[in-house]
Write a protein that binds this ligand. Structure first.
Ligand SMILES: [Zn+2]
Length: 339
């Protein structure tokens, strides 16, 4: 499969990236998502500026999940920061109605794909944004938040982050357990990127809905504290969930696009064809893999997977249908139009 064939496959099936941090840039730096940006000439400086509407179009991406992240030092003001990022995304949709729409459901995404507009979905990275109040889950859900990542880089009220120290975290707190149940009630997808292994397994056991790991590597392909192991992947698969593979060499163990393929193929092998998905972490202040310098390059990844013998039917699942299935299986139960 060459790049043109891969790009044609993207026209046929909705392509979904499960994690980019662009909303923070829009909120804090006035980053204009409608304008075409050039990636930095020096690759070592390429920590952000990977995503905008023209390059999403080039890459044939139909839906982008925007992760709203917060700086938890101290853990106050995090909810307000998420609301500001949601506002920034809403403004961008209002200013660019022909290119961008806010989306909640699998059906919204399929419609956006047919219309040639980007479906923008909202997620939260790090449940310190709940500020210890379960009612904030419903409040965020009503504003259209579809994903909440329980942890980010620091310990919060729900549990402990993955940091490579085994047996130290102790799993979810009581508040963390209650939060998972409340997310199920609200129809917010439980995102298990960044959480320690005990908390991960607790959340899978508690959740009544499928779960996601929106951006991760597989430690079976490259051992790293940030990555999830084969048992974790199989647990996600048994739950009907999916795992988006991150594009960051620091977690993949290789600099190029083939490293991304290694992790996707590993997930295919250990957890089955219904599990792998895409979770770039573009604009997340991690340098992307060579050959995937920005979102416009995404067809190169599809082509590289095709060259490894992954058939088009499974490529469609990896680039979008698996994520779409989980989004469809966890419908928003509180979200109101216009949030
Ligand atoms: Zn992250």
């Amino acid at each position: 499969m060459d790049i043109a064939e891969a790009r044609a496959l993207h026209d046929k099936t909705p392509v979904i990236d499960l994690h980019a941090d662009t909303a923070k840039l829009m909120d804090r730096l006035g980053y204009d998502i409608a304008a075409r940006h050039r990636p930095p000439v020096l690759r070592r400086l390429s920590y952000a500026g990977h995503v905008d509407l023209p390059r999403l179009q080039d890459g044939g991406v139909s839906a982008q999940v925007f992760g709203m992240w917060t700086v938890p030092y101290p853990q106050t003001g995090c909810a307000a920061s998420v609301h500001r990022q949601l506002d920034a995304l809403r403004r961008a949709a209002a200013e660019n109605p022909g290119q961008l729409r806010r989306a909640l459901t699998a059906r919204d995404i399929r419609e956006s794909h047919d219309e040639g507009r980007l479906a923008a979905l909202s997620g939260i990275e790090g449940a310190q944004a709940l500020e210890g109040d379960l009612d904030n889950i419903a409040a965020f859900a009503r504003r259209g938040v579809r994903f909440i990542g329980l942890l980010h880089f620091t310990k919060n009220q729900l549990g402990s982050p993955a940091m490579g120290v085994r047996g130290k975290g102790g799993g979810l707190t009581d508040f963390g357990r209650d939060a998972v149940c409340e997310m199920n009630r609200a129809g917010v997808i439980v995102d298990l990127a960044h959480i320690d292994r005990d908390g991960f397994m607790d959340a899978v056991a508690i959740s009544s809905d499928p779960v996601m790991v929106t951006h991760t590597g597989a430690s079976g392909a490259h051992r790293h504290w940030r990555n999830v192991d084969d048992d974790q992947l199989r647990a996600v698969a048994r739950k009907g969930g999916c795992a988006g593979v991150i594009f960051a060499p620091r977690f993949l163990g290789g600099e190029g696009i083939e490293a991304v393929c290694d992790h996707i193929v590993h997930i295919l092998e250990v957890a089955g064809e219904d599990t792998p998905a895409l979770g770039s972490d573009f604009d997340g202040f991690v340098r992307p893999a060579r050959g995937l310098e920005d979102v416009s390059k995404l067809p190169a990844l599809t082509a590289a997977l095709g060259a490894r013998g992954v058939p088009p039917r499974i490529l469609e699942k990896i680039v979008g249908e698996n994520a779409l299935r989980v989004i469809g299986d966890v419908p928003p139960r509180l979200a109101e139009a216009g949030g």
